[in-house]
Write a protein that binds this ligand. Sequence first.
Ligand SMILES: [Cu+2]
Length: 160
Amino acid sequence: MKVPLYEKIWMWASGVLVVAFVVTIVVGLAGSALQPPSHVETIDPTKVWNDPRFKQRGATPTAAGTTVVMIAMMFAYQPAEVRVTAGKPVTFRLTSSDVTHGFSIVGTNGNTMVVPGYISQFTTVFRTPGEYLIVCNEYCGLSHHLMFAKLIVEEGRAQP
Ligand SMILES: [Cu+2]
């Protein structure tokens, strides 16, 4: 039986699609071990409060901008309020003392998972001064909806 060319093209095209879907599933499964996007640095989740990397919490000015160190726990962030400067890079370093939490700075691209055992880190720049809400966007327990913090982005001083 002779299969028309048009039919062959569609058979091959749908075959390629099936293979693409299977590859997506396999790659997704292989890479989906629960971990934050920056899963390089590890930490003992039972000792975060005494870990030297998390002793100095809050915003610390650096040569390049600001580093913000925070601990996520049921059902709060410590510290609950942070001040940074607009237009300068802010590097967030976060970890959890109990379960997996989220860290989403509403209205910005600041967003990461906070997984116990790992230090989540990302850098972003806030262009617009103002008050931003930080919410936990990974369900972490009964009072998950009460878990929030405040980010205050202050006007940067004019450069001389
Ligand atoms: Cu949470």
